[in-house]
Design a binder for this molecule. Sequence first.
Ligand SMILES: Cc1cc2nc3c(=O)[nH]c(=O)nc-3n(C[C@H](O)[C@H](O)[C@H](O)COP(=O)(O)O)c2cc1C
Ligand SMILES: [Mn+2]
Length: 474
Amino acid sequence: MTQPITTLRAWLDHLADKGRLAVARPGAALRFEVAALAKRLDGTRATLFPSPDQHPVPVVSGLISDRGWMAEAMGVTPDRVIARFQHAAQNPVPWREVARGPAQDVVHRDVDLKRLLPMPTHNEHDHGPYVTAGLLIARNPKTGVQNVSIHRLQLIEPNRFGVLLLPRHTMSFFQMAEESGQDLPMAIVIGVDPLTLLASQAILSLDADELEVAGALHGAPLDVVKCKTNEIRVPAQAEFVLEGRILAKAREPEGPFGEFPQYYGERAHRHVVEIDAVTHRNNPVFHTIVGGGLEHLLLGGIPREATLLAHLQRSFPGVVDVHLSRGGVCRYHLYVKLRKRSEGEAKNVILGAFAGHYDIKHVVVVDEDVDIHDPGEVEWAVATRFQADRDLVVIPHAQGSKLDPSTRDGLGAKMGLDATVPLDAPEFKFTRIRVPGERELDLGAVLDDDAALANWRTRLSARPGEQPLEGERS
Ligand SMILES: Cc1cc2nc3c(=O)[nH]c(=O)nc-3n(C[C@H](O)[C@H](O)[C@H](O)COP(=O)(O)O)c2cc1C
Ligand SMILES: [Mn+2]
């Protein structure tokens, strides 16, 4: 395999080589059946669905359902994923415009999205078919710099989507356009490699272009082509490009939709995207991300970890690593590994973490010997190194995630647990038990074979004959 991976097709090839791509029988239903299988195999295999609902375009899902897979796409070991992402975010590589690219092999100016795209419905109460893996690329109307982010898109008319724009960069660009009475030109790109998907989630300042982070992760400038109907530049290797505009002065109901906290995002009036043209590769593949699945969680989680680590390390050089746990939906629970230098430092780290992102709800700080990627280890540290009257930090009425249903519209409490060993504790008291030699054992060298086991079973079930130890019979 050549690494890093730069196209969806190269990635599917890689997954197939590793035995991690399952192919469904043709004709799975777009409503629930695609998501059911993709979710069942979440974490173990990606899935390819030929002719879903007899649609000529196949669907793929679950491209990344393990941190180790992302490491492979990057060409690094899993423990280097955060560092590699940080390096790319800090050293962006400008894209290179090319005249032609496969993303525009076929052009449709007559837009009937349902005919062109096999859009699935995933969770039980999702309002209908969605595009969930679309990279929305727009330009700052004032500076021309591009931005990339993923937004859920509900089909509401043959050429229109309802779109959820949280108050980040696309929303800022749109507000500039709408204030001057203009639509915001944009493109939605579906079917890119895992590194470009990950780059779309980089937490950067306004006017930093996430496609340049994709280039840095690829180790080479990303080839882009200009859209047919607007000025947006899109990855030349993409499977599908939907060219269009976010409409000024238009709002339509969108939702509900199954979201990352494993609950539904509510139905409400949202922005509207109108599509003017669709381009795609020859024999394109459609990518879908099941709402709330591991792909959804990890794509958001990894860049957040990178940002939080950099944020904490600015004030606390002793912070070694951070992890947003799966149980905390890769957003709400942060585990911090700290090389503590002063008593009380863990509490400062907790406060720093809350300031790093408003989604952070619970923070656990542990010592260097605890594996923060193993929730059982973190729980053990809390069980044996934490005392609630001494080590607990609670901050009431702070800003949290609106998608956390236990908050009051985002207003909620923060909790931090200092599960580090006091610096002045007697050393033996916190010495972890350890069997010398356990880790270093070569199992092949010390374990006997099946014949030995069979032999032992015979001996253990036989009547006592010969006695190895002499003694009086009772
Ligand atoms: C699968 C997936 C779906 C997402 N859906 C939405 C969405 O519907 N609306 C939204 O505002 N952000 C959504 N996000 C988060 C944004 O894409 C993300 O915060 C992005 O980094 C924002 O980019 P920006 O900082 O350039 O604005 C989603 C992320 C993922 C991974
Ligand atoms: Mn941005």
